[in-house]
Design a protein around this ligand. Structure first.
Ligand code: K1U
Ligand code: ZN
Length: 177
């Protein structure tokens, strides 16, 4: 398994719309395994393939305390959304920022698992929020699109500055940009 580089906001590739997976084959299983390794190492509780520049409808998650309950959704479809709740969210593509976002409290989704078998999941709490966050990624949407434009612009400016400084530091060290 390998760790994959994660794109950072405002990279335009995060705005791509993910395509459905045509066939769950060995390459998709490898992608799922690499995404899980990348998510655990980050560390995070979710990751969408778009975030590692693969525009396919694949997401992985693990909201368990022991990090021993990986979940993979391929070609997820929302069947139902109920209620609303507000929770603080972060994003591995928006490092260092957490903001409250309003989402549905309960979600029912249908998807394929890592082996290509169809299943339905009905859940609430952090997992329901995480699924909605990851499904947004598949539509090119980020949690910063749910907050005020002023906050979004401040986050964008800070991350662009960090990326410029990071690039300058790397080039001084002679690293590839
Ligand atoms: O999709 C992503 O960018 C992953 C994101 C998922 C998420 C977090 C919070 C609410 C909704 C969705 C993250 O994992 S951000 C990092 C994070 O939440 C975390 C990091 C270390 C330990 C526990 C949580
Ligand atoms: Zn995210």
């Amino acid at each position: 398994m390998s760790q994959l580089p994660i794109l950072t906001f405002p990279d335009p590739r995060l705005r791509q719309k993910a395509r459905p997976v045509q066939r769950v084959d060995a390459a998709i299983m490898r992608l799922v395994d690499d995404m899980l390794e990348t998510m655990y190492a980050a560390p995070g509780i979710g990751l969408a393939a778009i975030q590692v520049n693969v525009p396919l409808q694949v997401v992985v998650m693990d909201v368990s305390e022991q990090h021993d309950s990986p979940l993979c959704l391929i070609n997820p479809q929302v069947l139902a959304l109920e209620g609303t709740e507000q929770r603080e969210e972060g994003c591995l593509s928006v490092p260092g920022f957490y903001e409250k976002v309003t989402r549905a409290e309960r979600i029912t989704v249908q998807a394929l698992d890592r082996l290509g078998a169809a299943f339905t999941l009905e859940t609430d709490g952090l997992l329901a929020v995480c699924i909605q966050h990851e499904l947004d990624h598949l539509n090119g949407k980020l949690f910063v699109d749910h907050i005020s434009m002023l906050k979004r612009q401040r986050i964008r400016a800070k991350l662009e500055r960090d990326q410029r400084n990071g690039a300058a530091t790397s080039s001084k060290r002679g690293e590839a940009l």
